[in-house]
Design a protein around this ligand. Structure first.
Ligand code: AMP
Length: 213
């Protein structure tokens, strides 16, 4: 299965993408995670990306298209893949088509803006493995410690309230039109994001069950 995961920032793409990856045994790639790693390492791409990310804007298309091109041409993706957070603009989706990549579905997790703002304030990320938690909806067993690898959790700089508003604006103006793009190709599946992670997962798995062998 070649899957695109869409949704506003904080809709639960990363969390659901990890669940789908486990169940289907296919790799998930998050352009956001890759860009954050590049920022941390201080690479040329990271330096270029940082100011856009800090402002809640999209990193230029050519940068993320380059990342995805490299990733999809690697051996890891031969049995399928999940793209978490790519494409995020019409030119990115067109670039994917030009690469000749066949997509089976574009799954959009729908969450109202008011909920997003509430969710982002409680989001915590593992500093080592990138696992995502929420202080109320998906708390770690021990506060501020990752269940999986035991590393410290942190709050993403771009989860600050003002930045979240500008990320939402970017989502609605530049990314959301992709729903029409994929609907017109008969690939769009929409799932309502629920309060509880496991309830959203159940809906996601049901929606994807038609792709099971
Ligand atoms: P995410 O972790 O998916 O919320 O992404 C964090 C930030 O990385 C976004 O706010 C953008 O600045 C940048 N980013 C991630 N994916 C993309 C993409 N496909 N196109 C442009 N910018 C991206």
């Amino acid at each position: 299965m070649n899957l695109i995961l869409m949704g506003a920032p904080g809709a639960g793409k990363g969390t659901q993408s990890a669940k789908i990856s486990d169940k289907w045994n296919i790799p998930a790639v998050s352009t956001g995670d890759m860009l954050r790693a590049a920022v941390k390492e201080g690479t040329e791409m990271g330096v270029k990306a940082k100011s856009f990310m800090d402002a809640g804007q999209l990193v230029p298309d050519e940068v993320v298209i380059g990342i995805i091109k490299d990733y999809l041409s690697s051996d890891k993706c031969t049995n399928g893949f999940i793209l978490d957070g790519f494409p995020r603009s019409i030119p990115q989706a067109e670039a994917l088509e030009k690469m000749g990549v066949v997509i089976d579905a574009a799954l959009s997790i729908e969450v109202a803006d008011e909920k997003i703002v509430e969710r982002m304030s409680g989001r915590r990320i593992c500093s080592s493995c990138g696992a995502s938690y929420h202080t109320v909806y998906n708390p770690p067993k021990t506060a501020d410690v990752c269940d999986t690898c035991g590393s410290a959790l942190y709050t993403r700089a771009d989860d600050a309230a003002e930045t979240v508003l500008s990320r939402l604006e970017t989502y609605h103006s530049i990314t959301e039109p992709l729903k029409d793009f994929y609907a017109s190709r008969d690939l769009l599946i929409c799932v309502e994001g629920q309060e509880k992670v496991e309830d959203t997962t159940a809906l996601v798995m049901k929606a994807l069950s038609k792709f099971e062998a």
